[in-house]
Design a protein around this ligand. Structure first.
Ligand SMILES: Cc1cc2nc3c(=O)[nH]c(=O)nc-3n(C[C@H](O)[C@H](O)[C@H](O)COP(=O)(O)OP(=O)(O)OC[C@H]3O[C@@H](n4cnc5c(N)ncnc54)[C@H](O)[C@@H]3O)c2cc1C
Length: 346
């Protein structure tokens, strides 16, 4: 095996596709029982991870075109709401949602599209990487495969390993032998996980009734529990949905009461509420994710360097220079790392 990629999020899947296209044998090991990582859509097609992309995000648009995905603009018409303690105001217009786009079926379609382009068997699901060993004394027939990657079920040998996992998360879950260089550890464990400390809350309705009242479904709040709210109904408005972000513990009752205060009593009676607390997900966020706030570490040269004679690379969105944090960043990191690995193997 030439390359083991750890993680089947947008970066790991894109990277594997590029490497395989260059004739490099690659396997992707994914701890969850699904691909996508922070691209996660559930019935009836609502996103619990990423929602939007933007027109200038060229790698995202390239993947969308390659996978033949349909897109539509984020609903932006109508007025937004603004909430401060003791007061709710309807503002003129909606500056929040301009120029964002969504993918029909949800952002996970992008991950499924990337995975579908890989040869069968490339992605191994429910395969959690526990340790990576660069020092192992291999038997002669494996002498050119210097890295040993141990999972919950097997051991893989390869020439290179790429960690397509947020650096702080990787260091909290994977044991490296020998120890990683001090400078790398110091930067990796302090690098924030984009949206890793966030709970995303989706409230589902029969229809986006707020639109009939001239409202966009978006809101900014200094009260909470949701600080920012948007319309996430599907393209044809076959159902209505509002979503919001929170960085605190959220109860359904507090969400219903806030939505009623913002959009009227009907908003306080959703058919259902879905909560996804990303801080509780150890394959996304390390313990203490709330304390990681130094976003200047995103795209650090220390995270973009290769280690152990060029055999260890990091390539999640947090390592990107172009749009770090976004899906665009994940794809850009994959592109940059693929170029490095291809050059090194040639
Ligand atoms: C709530 C939320 C909203 C967001 N909104 C947007 C948005 O609107 N637009 C936007 O552009 N971006 C958004 N983002 C960010 C976007 O989702 C990420 O930038 C992108 O998905 C990151 O991809 P990645 O491949 O770098 O990492 P990830 O998606 O985190 O992929 C890492 C993968 O590695 C796996 N893994 C971890 N550890 C191991 C291990 N030890 N062994 C095996 N597998 C492992 C994980 O299960 C995961 O599948 C949002 C994120 C969240 C959480």
């Amino acid at each position: 095996m030439d390359v083991v990629v750890v993680g089947a999020g947008a970066s790991g899947l894109r990277l594997a596709g590029s490497l395989i296209q260059a004739g490099i044998s690659t396997v992707v090991l994914e701890g969850r029982d699904r691909v996508g990582g922070r691209l996660f859509s559930v019935d009836p097609g609502v996103d619990l991870g990423a929602t939007w992309f933007w027109h200038n995000e060229h790698d995202v648009r390239e993947v969308i075109a390659e996978c033949g995905l349909e897109v539509f603009p984020q609903y932006a018409a109508g007025n937004m709401m603004f909430q401060v303690p003791g007061n709710v105001q309807e503002l003129d217009g909606n500056p929040l949602d301009q120029q964002a786009f969504r993918i029909v079926g949800g952002m996970a379609s992008l991950a499924h599209g990337l995975a579908a382009m890989l040869p069968e068997g490339t992605v191994q699901l429910s395969t959690c990487v526990l340790s990576i060993d660069f020092a192992h004394d291999f038997a002669h027939e494996f002498a050119h495969e210097h890295v040993s990657v141990t999972t919950n079920s097997d051991t893989y040998r390869a020439k290179h390993v790429v960690i397509s996992v947020p650096p702080a998360t990787a260091l909290s879950n994977i044991v490296f032998t020998p120890d990683l260089p001090n400078e790398l550890v110091s930067v990796a464990v302090r690098t924030p996980v984009w949206m890793g400390a966030v709970t995303k809350v989706v409230a589902l309705y029969e229809s986006p009734f707020w639109r009939e009242q001239g409202l966009s479904g978006s809101a900014m709040s200094h009260v909470g529990p949701l600080r920012e709210i948007h319309d996430i109904s599907d393209r044809n408005a076959s159902f209505g949905a509002l979503f919001g972000f929170s960085r605190e513990r959220v109860s359904e009752i507090s969400v219903k009461s806030q939505l009623a205060a913002l959009f009227g009593p009907r908003a306080g009676m959703p058919n259902s509420i879905i909560l996804e607390d990303w801080s509780e997900s150890p394959l996304t966020s390390p313990p203490g994710v709330f304390q990681l706030n130094d976003y200047q570490l995103f795209g650090s040269q220390v995270l973009r360097n290769a280690y152990f004679d060029g055999r260890l690379h990091f390539a999640s969105t947090e390592t990107a220079i172009d749009s770090p944090g976004h899906v665009q960043g994940a794809l850009a990191a994959a592109r940059a790392t693929a170029a490095n690995v291809v050059a090194s193997l040639r």
